[in-house]
Design a binder for this molecule. Sequence first.
Ligand SMILES: NC(=O)c1ccc[n+]([C@@H]2O[C@H](COP(=O)([O-])OP(=O)(O)OC[C@H]3O[C@@H](n4cnc5c(N)ncnc54)[C@H](O)[C@@H]3O)[C@@H](O)[C@H]2O)c1
Length: 356
Amino acid sequence: MDNQRFGVGIAGLGLIARTHATAYARRGDKVRLVAVCDADPAVANSFADEFGARAYTDYREMIADPGVEAADLILPHFLHKEAALTVLDAGKHLLLEKPVAPNYPDSLAIYQRARASGKHFMVAENTRYIAAYRAIARLLAEGAIGEVIQVRTELRSNEKRHLSMPGNWRTRYELGGGLVLDTGAHSFYLLSWLLGEVAELRAVGRKVFPLANEIEDTAEVTGLLKSGAHFSCMFTSVSEAPHSERLELYGTKGVILMDQAQDPVVRVFGGDHDFAGRAVLEVQPALDAWRPGGWHFESVLAEVEDFVGSLADQREPEIDSRDAVYAIAVVDAAYRSIRSDQALIDLSHLTREDIQ
Ligand SMILES: NC(=O)c1ccc[n+]([C@@H]2O[C@H](COP(=O)([O-])OP(=O)(O)OC[C@H]3O[C@@H](n4cnc5c(N)ncnc54)[C@H](O)[C@@H]3O)[C@@H](O)[C@H]2O)c1
């Protein structure tokens, strides 16, 4: 620790790493980015020069750097378990990008090792910090639409570039590729945060765009929540629209419609004669997801700043990482259904309290 500032190292310097680094710079009173690591030395060196950090190409060496007290792992999915356990076994704090790991047993193993280590651990699940979802969580708590009886989520991205790169980790299941894993981690976390656990589900995954890889580019997971509400989650990675998310909540007294590609982003309806609805004004429209001011950028900043604040103040972060582990149990169930001709998968036995 230097002047009460934690030393952080980031491993994996892809697209989202710059947003994490920006958040550390904004919390420069509490934290200092001391090291960065990428398997590509040119990427590691230029990032290190820009942020005044030491460059590494081997994450084990970065984790062993005595100045690194907390590691922020933004790595391909197949590396999550090994790298996370290396951080925890080195006695360091950990911020781990979603999905916790490519499957539930490995996700649970990381969570349990983190608990046993006594170190600060948080899953970087930006969904918890998206302004529109936070506003909706408040509306639900206030009973704005009564009891939710149906919910629909949609997550649109365009991964055609990665999915056409031979050898890219996103093109192979054994390297942690998979649309339901990548984006279901977000949507199933959202369902579990806002509405509780899943009772049962069915899933379909398809390839509708002709790219030479084994990964589904379109998927739909439907089922029943333990609350009795019907849910449906739609995913695409070949969307020719900006990365965006949609949520529809149908309640006994009203409806909430949210879409990051529309203005207003969130609208609440109070019956079948309420044609105008009510815009939720505290949620600013932000069509640009990736540059400053965009909803996605803001959510990742807020997430990393919460990690820093919780580490410095020795408090729990807002996110309960157990929910992010639970989301991977739902991902596993969805793939079981996809691989067994849309079989109905019973999840009623699993509770978040089982994740200890
Ligand atoms: N929360 C979000 O919205 C969000 C958005 C993007 C990515 N992510 C997550 O971030 C993680 C990384 O995804 P990405 O899209 O940045 O991937 P990416 O492939 O774009 O970047 C990964 C980086 O890791 C580097 N790398 C690969 N192997 C390495 C190794 N052994 N040691 C060090 N560096 C290595 C690569 O060179 C690359 O620069 C994933 O967990 C992903 O799900 C989350």
